[in-house]
Design a protein around this ligand. Structure first.
Ligand code: ZN
Ligand code: FE
Length: 257
């Protein structure tokens, strides 16, 4: 399975999954149809599936137009997003499995950003080390999604599920927010050499207009404050001894950053 990263809208990424032999392709969170149709034409591939993580327009905005061009494509989304995702045919719950290109993805229920948000996790194929995580607006490189329809407790539980995946997991999140996220991270985690090093790399990548996605989950665990609510250094920075309140305060500060 080959993964192509497409730029969309102002800072979204759409991920196009290409099956090596069959000529079929799937797309994760088509913000808009244009870049997907162009890439499908370039690859000579046929769209067979749309995997949505949640219902926001910058994630499902291309569904209708893609279905008009590829009426046989099936649309997957979370069960709790019923009625909110255009063309949705599959209503996925925690632990469900979906298949593409001979690989199975596990559906992880990750409410918090929205109440129906799901993530798709493809474990590594035999003999390889990298798994692939499509996590929409739940986990970002260096950050996490805003809490539009959920509580800090829900988001901590959701991010905890993602944090429990192997370090060798590529994080395919849906926005290029990394630089701003790490600028915030440096204000709350001031003595972390791995974070400082990462910031320099991301800063220079963005100066050269390079994408910072996918990131690696192992690095996220070391540098993303929103995966580190239970670290004493972050609790101290927030002036709290409670992990959940630490997370909530971090999220609140980031909202104002
Ligand atoms: Zn969203
Ligand atoms: Fe989004």
């Amino acid at each position: 399975m080959q993964i192509h990263r497409l730029e969309a809208l102002s800072d979204n990424y759409i991920f196009l999954l290409q099956a090596p032999q069959t000529g079929s392709a799937a797309v994760v969170d088509p913000a808009e149809a244009g870049p997907v149709l162009a890439k499908l034409a370039e690859l000579g591939a046929t769209l067979t599936a749309i995997f949505n993580t949640h219902h926001h327009p910058d994630h499902v905005g291309g569904n209708r137009q893609l279905l008009a061009q590829y009426p046989n494509a099936v649309v997957y989304g979370g069960a709790a997003d019923r009625g909110r995702i255009p063309g949705q045919q599959f209503f996925l719950e925690a632990g469900d499995r979906v298949e593409f290109a001979g690989r199975q993805a596990e559906v992880i229920f990750v409410p918090g950003h929205t109440r129906g948000h799901i993530a798709y996790y493809f474990p590594p194929v035999a003999g390889e080390s990298w798994g692939e995580l499509f996590c929409g607006d739940t986990l970002f490189a260096g950050g996490c999604g805003r809490l539009f329809e959920g509580t800090p407790a829900q988001m901590v539980e959701s991010l905890g599920k993602l944090r429990s995946l192997p370090d060798t997991t590529r994080v395919w999140c849906a926005h290029e927010y990394t630089l701003k996220n790490l600028q915030f991270a440096l204000t709350v985690d001031t003595q972390n050499p791995v974070l400082q090093q990462r910031f320099k790399q991301v800063e220079s990548a963005r100066q050269q207009k390079q994408a910072t996605i996918p990131s690696e989950l192992g690095l996220e665990k070391q540098t993303n404050p929103f995966l580190r609510w239970d670290q004493p250094v972050l609790q101290q920075a927030m002036g709290l001894a409670d992990p959940l309140r630490t997370f909530a305060r971090l999220r609140g500060q980031k909202d104002q950053f």
